[in-house]
Design a binder for this molecule. Structure first.
Ligand code: HEM
Length: 183
């Protein structure tokens, strides 16, 4: 098993980061959506945002590692793609990275808007290093709409991967899947 990406396929570390981040983002979306429906008397009213905030902080470490690792590594060969596919897939990857980082920053700013620290589970508290004068509600709305947008893009991105796999029958999806041998 290759740790690094090669011309043929993504390596184990990129796959781990991609699927870890993808599943976490979908989970964070579901958690964020659900926690906004809770009322004050629910036992999850305080717990759910605490988990959402803590996992968001972990993503703050993992997403830059994902981006850095990919920038430092080789891009798997995409010469079999049509020019418009190369362009759209490149733009989609940039949009996903930019949105992930923007979501993390806006999430951090919601937590610190009241000048309160952000807790990483019950282990450590990070001080409010950056605070803005905007209201929590405004930043919260921006964060929420960006979350809807990244999920929409992720659905389009997944549909494109399935189109490559089932219609074009090429290696685009297979080389991102674990335990699949690429010839
Ligand atoms: C929230 C969910 C997701 C996010 C944020 C996400 C993000 C990304 C990013 C940033 C890349 C680019 C990696 C690079 O730097 O080369 C990528 C590649 C890829 N993703 Fe996702 N992804 C998500 C979900 C999915 C799903 C559900 C599938 C398939 C069912 C998928 C299939 C792929 C494939 C096949 C590639 C490689 C594309 C290529 O070789 O050009 N992703 N993803």
């Amino acid at each position: 098993m290759n740790l690094k990406d090669t011309e043929k396929k993504y390596g184990a570390f990129s796959k781990l980061l991609h699927w870890g981040v993808a599943l976490t983002i979908v989970g964070m979306f579901a958690l964020g959506y659900w926690m906004r429906t809770l009322d004050y008397y629910s036992k999850w009213y305080m717990k759910a945002p605490h988990i959402h905030e803590s996992v968001g902080l972990l993503l703050f470490i993992v997403v830059p590692i994902f981006l850095f690792w990919r920038l430092k590594n080789q891009n798997p060969d995409d010469s079999y793609l049509k020019p418009y596919e190369k362009l759209t897939s490149g733009l989609m990857k940039i949009a996903l990275y930019v949105l992930m980082i923007a979501l993390l920053i806006s999430g951090y700013l919601i937590s610190t808007a009241g000048d309160t620290p952000v807790a990483l589970f019950n282990w450590i508290e990070l001080p409010a290093l950056i605070t803005v004068n905007e209201s929590k509600v405004l930043i919260g709305n921006i964060h929420q709409y960006m979350a809807y947008f990244i999920i929409l893009l992720a659905i389009i991105h997944a549909l494109a991967a399935f189109k490559h796999h089932f219609i074009d029958k090429d290696k685009t999806l297979s080389r991102m899947l674990p335990f699949v041998k690429i010839k």
